[in-house]
Design a binder for this molecule. Sequence first.
Ligand code: AKG
Ligand code: FE2
Length: 223
Amino acid sequence: MSTLFGDDLVARPRRELAPGAVWVPGWLTLEQQAWIVARFREWTRGPVPLRAAMVGGHEMSVKTVCLGWHWRPYQYTREAVDVNGNRVLGFPDWMVRLGRRALVEATGDPHAGDDYTPDTALVNYYDDTARMGMHQDKDERSLAPVVSLSIGDTCTFRFGNTENRNKPYEDIALASGDLFVFGGPSRLAYHGIPKVHSRTAPDGCGLDTGRINITMRVTGLAG
Ligand SMILES: O=C(O)CCC(=O)C(=O)O
Ligand SMILES: [Fe+2]
């Protein structure tokens, strides 16, 4: 479709799915996406490699590398005790700034990011068969918002309610460059990824295949 009249933008307006849950399509430029993908490749070279976490005796289909704190079900540690015992990379300052800007963008409040200092990021890689079941992000002791960035293939993101993993929920298509923030009354909403749409990554985003998702969080942990 022609982009002469901004059809692509008109088709994907920003939207609040529920109080505190805001989707901002196309927030990151292609250049920013490619830069982040280059950082992702550095992160996966160590000290802790990309790995599939074990949940209930099964490997997740999604592979994860963490920054700041290492996540495994259902706790955070500084060392990747379930991988190779190494201390995870620090949380980059640029990502703190990006997280703050994301909150300003999502809320329209120029001060929304002032007190936001995420200290962990889960960086997930999905190949086109990977999925993530409905879950809450509740291993953090803080209820500060989660800031989610997507790069690469489009996925179906299922955003549900705070009571259980079932309906009501809504499916949206999170595409490369999209921002999604869930905080406030939506902070503990169930969510998941039922499908990744193969070969939908835009040229220039830095990924030929697959999808990267970064969720920044505040652990509320000390040490
Ligand atoms: O991949 C996504 O968009 C969501 C990831 C997620 O829910 C998580 O890492 O907890
Ligand atoms: Fe999650």
